[in-house]
Design a protein around this ligand. Structure first.
Ligand SMILES: [Mg+2]
Length: 382
């Protein structure tokens, strides 16, 4: 017997816009409706950013597929270059609808957000209303919504109703529904971990739960990742929905038009970057204890160096000299292509312990949650 949403300890929705970039393009070019539309870059290494549902159905085009493959499979599709300012604008319209309806909204990308609906009389009715309002405000853009007991399950659930669906799934129902499913269907469990689990005889979530104790998983994957896997296998996740995503570090960097070999010139640039970075930190009231530099040489070697100071800071009189010392100590052996400065380990970090949802055993193939540290790119004359 499925439990009722109102009896859950928490009710969380994951809202994901359907084929967002392609849909924004179709909105302003209605003549393209019904045609396969593919948004992708044009360079040799470009990948598909979004494919309309027609393109998906006709030829299995999906995002992250090499654009060259898409062009080969579907040469007659309409290919468009991404127009991020337009997508950002549309995204703002969507997120505004969310924020005006629900107090706790965590935006995790241009087209995705989590909403904490705990305590609402009818989470389902609320989300239905929101989806209708988005459609109206944006001139027809649709979204898919998953409602469940955790962020993890809400994320999995929103996929089930695509496009334009609304699905409610309790953890109990999720365990039953995905009993024979691969551990890889759980966000954060990437292909590498799936392979390892298969080698261990855990091809399904049920096998993973029944054959491997928490202790054994911790012994195999390390205490942190083992415990994390143990909870994921049970579709357990207590990560809160937070209004703003925690900022882990801030950096400012510049790529030179011409590679720079002169240390004096590099020092001047680094000084300016440090000033700019501190201005940004002060604006956000962030202070960090770790000060670092990033150097990319003309042969694409990347080097970072960092140093921790006793007290968290955003003072350029502290950050600049530390960054300069790091640069002088490294003394780049080749001309420099890119130079950057970064401040991390912010004061509030200590209070952010205890989140269990964020890191998996292989962060590099974790499902994208729009992580990416916020960066400030500067164009300085070289
Ligand atoms: Mg989407």
């Amino acid at each position: 017997m499925a439990s009722e949403v109102k009896d859950w300890p928490r009710a969380i929705a994951h809202l994901d816009m359907d084929a967002f970039y392609a849909s924004v393009e179709l909105r302003r070019r209605p003549e393209l409706r019904g045609k396969p539309v593919i948004v992708c870059g044009s360079g040799p290494r470009a990948v598909v950013t979004t494919a309309s549902y027609e393109a998906r159905k006709l030829a299995g085009i999906h995002s992250a597929m090499p654009a060259a493959t898409a062009r080969r499979r579907l040469p007659d599709a309409v290919y468009l270059t991404p127009d991020f300012p337009a997508y950002r604008e549309a995204s703002e319209e969507v997120m505004e609808v969310l924020r005006s309806n629900v107090e706790t909204v965590e935006v995790v990308g241009l087209d995705e957000a989590y909403l904490d609906l705990t305590g609402l009389f009818s989470p389902k009715a609320t989300m239905r209303r929101i989806a209708a309002e988005i459609r109206e405000v944006t001139g027809g853009l649709t979204c898919s919504v998953g409602i469940s007991e955790s962020r993890l399950l809400a994320k999995i659930t929103s996929e089930l109703g695509k496009p334009a669906g609304l699905v409610v799934l309790s953890r109990e129902d999720g365990l039953a529904r995905f009993a024979e499913g691969s551990p890889g269907l759980v966000p954060g469990i990437g292909p590498k971990t799936v392979r390892r689990l298969e080698e261990m005889g855990a091809t399904t979530l049920t096998q993973l739960r029944e054959r491997w104790s928490r202790e054994e998983l911790e012994a195999r994957f390390g205490p942190r990742s083992g415990a994390w896997l143990y909870h994921r296998a049970r579709l357990e996740d207590n990560t809160p929905v937070t209004t703003s995503r925690e900022i882990k570090s801030q950096s400012a960097e510049t790529t030179f038009d011409h590679d720079v070999a002169d240390l004096g010139q590099l020092e001047r640039q680094l000084g300016e970057l440090a000033e700019e970075l501190c201005r940004r930190l002060r604006k956000r009231d962030l202070r960090g204890r770790s000060i670092g530099i990033k150097v990319r040489l003309d042969d694409w070697t990347n080097v970072s160096r960092s140093h921790s100071v006793a007290e968290a800071t955003n003072d350029p009189e502290v950050v600049r000299p530390v960054a300069l010392d790091l640069l002088r100590a490294y003394d780049p052996p080749r001309p420099v292509r890119l130079l950057g400065v970064r401040v991390a380990s912010f004061e509030h970090d200590a209070g952010a312990e205890g989140r269990t949802g964020a890191d998996g055993p292989d962060a590099d193939d974790a499902e994208g949650e729009g992580e990416g540290e916020p960066q400030l790119r500067l164009s300085l004359p070289s």
